[in-house]
Ligand binder design. Structure first.
Ligand code: FDA
Length: 311
């Protein structure tokens, strides 16, 4: 319920205008976003790699409304991958990229799926040339089918293309079982969008139980699980289950978001686990930030309090 109300609040144009123009937004954004430019993204990538972490970079932007904008989003990734390669960060997939299908055209009225597929093909080819990989983010429930369809199509040429499964969807344990084949890179997360009860679990405990079922399905197969969560209980379960499954330390990775539980990220890396940090950059941070605020009301309270105290 709270999630739904806050999602609605975050979709309000008036609130959006206040948030974007408030000077304090910069402080809050800086906690979760590397900065506005590729230089910022590369600086943060270098820092994180230096701490023994891995990186996936997300150029902020979603729900692109015209084909030129979609192509420009793909061009941005291609330039970024070139720079990652030049600076030696892409080697062995240490830094890769995450792409939102709607940023590269999936939501376009005409030929959205075809446009997104062509743009992701260009990005995946640039990633392969740079020696690294691409992961397709998963967006709201209506985009799951077309995204999974694109994944199967694109994996014919790019078998290491990663995808995301959201445990809040009722279908996800079956998807995990189907996707858990040799070489298949699957990021498992809880899910950050609003979803209808017919297709999604809405209680936290149900979503967590589904996460564990999905985890087991991934571990029973032969893919490469990328276990995205900051949840301490789930991290303990992942530790125990990966040991039980006999997975070596390089047979899976933890993933967490930039700015969230950084000490835990380093702790896991120091104990020999692979830990990848999802690092967003760019100026179109509104959608990403509101999802982070919705996930944790304390973040929203912090934001609103600073808004009031600075005005
Ligand atoms: P949960 O929300 O229960 O949080 C557990 C603990 O983590 C909290 O108690 C708190 O300590 C900390 N925490 C979590 N979120 C926080 C926040 N915003 N601020 C401060 N502390 C916080 N979703 C999606 O739908 N599609 C996608 O493609 C992706 N991609 C993705 C990549 C990566 C690498 C990660 C880590 C996450 C995603 N997500 C995502 C988001 C995901 O679905 C989910 O919304 C968040 O990870 C929060 O869920 P947790 O598993 O962390 O648990």
């Amino acid at each position: 319920m709270l999630r739904r109300v806050m999602m609605a609040v975050s979709a309000s144009d008036r609130i959006r205008d206040v948030m974007i123009t408030a000077p304090v937004a910069r402080d809050v954004v800086a906690r979760f976003v590397a900065g506005a430019t590729q230089d910022d993204a590369l600086r943060v990538t270098k820092e994180l790699l230096g701490q023994g972490l891995l990186v996936t970079l997300d150029h902020l932007g979603e729900h692109t409304t015209d084909p030129e904008q979609a192509a420009a989003a793909a061009d941005e990734y291609i330039r970024l991958l070139g720079r990652l390669a030049d600076e030696g960060h892409a080697r062995a997939g240490r830094a890769e990229v995450s792409v939102k299908p709607t940023a590269v055209g999936l939501g376009l009225k005409d030929h959205g799926e075809k446009t997104a597929r062509e743009n992701i093909t260009r990005i995946a080819a640039a990633a392969a040339a740079a020696g690294t990989t691409v992961t397709m983010d998963m967006e709201d429930q209506h985009l799951v089918e077309p995204t999974v369809r694109m994944l199967h199509e694109l994996r014919k040429d790019f078998p290491d293309l990663g995808c995301v499964i959201q445990s809040y969807l009722r279908r996800s344990a079956a998807d995990c079982a189907a996707l858990s084949v040799a070489g298949s890179r699957v990021r498992l997360c809880k899910g950050a969008y609003d979803a209808a009860e017919e297709v999604a679990y809405t209680g936290r405990a149900e979503v967590d139980r589904s996460y564990v079922r999905c985890l087991r399905a991934l571990l029973a197969g032969s893919g490469y699980p990328m276990l995205a969560t900051h949840d301490p209980r789930l991290i303990e379960i992942i530790q125990a289950q990966t040991i039980l499954a006999g997975l070596p330390a390089d047979g899976f990775e933890y993933q967490m978001l930039y700015g969230i539980r950084p000490a835990e990220q380093r702790r896991l890396a120091n104990q020999g686990s692979r830990v990848r940090v999802y690092v967003p950059y760019g100026s179109d941070w509104y959608g990403y930030l509101t999802r982070r605020l919705v996930e944790r009301p304390a973040n929203l309270t912090f934001f609103l309090r600073s808004l009031i105290s600075r005005r």
